[in-house]
Design a protein around this ligand. Sequence first.
Ligand code: CDP
Length: 213
Amino acid sequence: MRNKIIAVDGPAASGKEKISKYISKKWKLKHLDSGILYRRLALIFLNEKIDIKNLNNINKKISEIATISYQNSKKLRTQEVSKLASEIAIYNTVRLYINRLQHDFVKKNKNYQGFVIDGRDIGSVVFKKADLKLYIHVKPEIRAKRRYKQLIDSGEKSIYPKILKDIKLRDNRDKLRKHSPLVIPKDAYLIDNNGTFLETTMQIDKLILNKYL
Ligand code: CDP
């Protein structure tokens, strides 16, 4: 594999991050989680108490930030940041800005043999020419159960029905927004992640082996 891009898209809490980390390690590809960029930007708006209902405020702030860290952090995973990240993701200016950061990341890391990038619009918009596109499917109830456990394990207070409601709300926002809505790209492979992780990785490894070996 050389300079390959594997796009991993799917709805909230569908396991894109865990799957992408697995692919990154197994196939020696650099991982980029585009959700981190939306979350980092949301955290900046939150800390600076910027009213995100006003598009001028958003544009002004974005023009002041040259770049954003690609690193994950526990403070990006709170329910408050998750909600705000999903709210700012509807704006085209935010999406264009974060799309540029993703292309910069790939350019800066040209020495890697390839990339696995996860998000909502990687295969459909950001890297339309990705070599392999995966779309992760998991029922909302299973996603909510997994996210609930993740939050409890990390010491956050959490209520299952609220998580389920938030996930459905974010699904709707992701699917119904005007700019880069969450869609299954025509040329994507549907990955069933309702079962065990091993069942999921077996589907993926088979696809990668068929494609590259
Ligand atoms: O981990 P989870 O699926 O809950 O969220 P994430 O991937 O960290 O993304 C946080 C939010 O950013 C999501 O709710 C999306 O609305 C938005 N997002 C997006 O619109 N496009 C992307 N490529 C990645 C994230």
